[in-house]
Design a protein around this ligand. Sequence first.
Ligand code: NDP
Ligand code: 8X3
Length: 253
Amino acid sequence: MSKIALITGATAGIGEACARIFAKHHYDLILVGRRTKRLKSLAKNLSAEFGIKTQLLTIDVRNNEEVQNLESLPKEWKKIKVLVNNAGLSQGLDPIQSGNIDDWDNMIDTNIKGLLYVTKVVSGWMVSQKSGHIINIGSIAGKETYANGNVYCATKHAVDSLNKAMRIDLLPHGIKVTAIHPGAVETEFSEVRFKGDKDRAKKVYDGFVPLNAADIAETIWFVVSRPAHVNINEMVVMPTAQANTSHLLKTTE
Ligand code: NDP
Ligand code: 8X3
């Protein structure tokens, strides 16, 4: 079999772009997400275009019982070279005193607990094979905190911390660990944050050129294609127009 990558949140945005770039480089893919129709259509397209093999798993990463379904993969598919822990979301943008508890639970359960559930299973396989590379998708929100970003920022700070912890724990086992921390990337992210309000979501990216999903996928490909002795611990990748979470150069302002 070819090299194998497992990508969570492959149905949209950064995850989908990662699937495409790994397929282009002849990886077979395990694609994880909740929207089965999108997984099937992506797999069909990538198989037709690049001749790769795929396994599709409809999994809500918040649910550890569903994550355990990864164990049902055929033995040869458990020899994973790259895990991209990408599934994640932001919900709401409210001050702490009026935040929505369901939103908080959703972000904590997806961005932290979901990432942990998947990592526990896959890192176990990587330890057995004494190789592998885990890519954790953090955020500039995991390096800084911005107004009303409270819980989302906290979840991404947790990813930053877990990335460092994984690097230490997996060091003796020959497993690489990298965090990618993007600034603003135009995907479905803001539409999810604002619960389907497309106009509000679009305004986030008005007046400057944001990153696109392929920019991040290309960065990830660069990171995984380094020689065996090189590990990039983390990368912060920003649009040229965004210095940090509070300094964004918009031409409309
Ligand atoms: P999208 O909304 O476009 O994609 C998010 C992906 O995550 C979808 O494939 C979605 O699939 C999946 N997902 C969400 N919740 C779950 C769940 N419970 N179980 C399984 N899959 C889930 O956003 P992005 O591509 O932008 O986001 C990808 C990652 O990048 C996230 O971790 C996000 O926090 C991070 N990020 C994004 C930035 C941005 O500006 N866009 C900047 C910095 C970091 P489905 O709904 O089918 O389950
Ligand atoms: C997404 C980037 O700045 O909207 O993680 O939090 S930001």
